[in-house]
Design a binder for this molecule. Structure first.
Ligand code: HEC
Length: 156
């Protein structure tokens, strides 16, 4: 292959990688075992409740409540819960790496938000809260498009 076609191919491949990243990936939900799906839904409802509590607490300057709720979201991390070895294998074969990465990132942000709560830093709380909301949208838009077809994730 000449250097020229090599360069051309690289450009095409790069273009593909960029364009597919903004398209909804195949939804992960049909691939989850019943147990994993139930665990995940339970975690999601807890996360949803936690985010609502954090929002109220944040705008009223109730820093302790921000910290507590964010810490709880962090601790609910499904990947760090006591999944059996088999569950873990099922999970890894059901979801792509990008999903795991997003989930990890999300829970890391929750830990930072708990810290911002303990630091009584409202501005930082707001920034992290918004980032976390971005993660909900990104993951749902990309990996849960079957259940949430209305969510449009704007790429990446
Ligand atoms: C890494 C991916 C990921 C992130 C990040 C994420 N979710 Fe989800 N969420 C899912 C998946 C997958 C489902 C569908 C689970 C199923 O139906 O099996 C879901 C479902 C839900 C549901 C429906 C639960 C039910 O009872 O069926 C709610 C509510 C929800 N998410 C809220 C949130 C909120 C709020 C955030 C952000 C603060 C968030 N999610 C972030 C992956 C994610």
């Amino acid at each position: 292959m000449t250097a020229r076609t090599g360069k051309f191919l690289a450009t095409v491949l790069l273009g593909l990688a960029v364009s597919t990243s903004s398209v909804a990936a195949e939804p992960v939900t049909p691939k989850l075992t019943d147990k994993l799906s139930q665990l995940l839904q339970k975690e999601m409802r807890a996360v949803q409740g936690g985010m609502a509590s954090i929002h109220s607490a944040m705008v009223m300057g109730q820093h302790e409540s921000v910290a507590e709720n964010a810490q709880q979201i962090h601790d609910s991390f499904i990947l760090q819960q006591e999944l059996t070895e088999q569950d873990r294998k099922d999970l890894m074969s059901a979801v792509p790496k990008g999903f795991i990465k997003l989930d990890k990132e999300f829970h890391k942000l929750a830990a930072s938000l708990a810290e911002a709560g303990r630091d009584k830093d409202t501005k930082k709380q707001q920034k992290l809260f918004n980032k976390m909301t971005g993660n909900c949208i990104q993951c749902h838009g990309k990996y849960v498009s079957d259940r949430f077809p209305g969510v449009k994730s704007s790429g990446d």
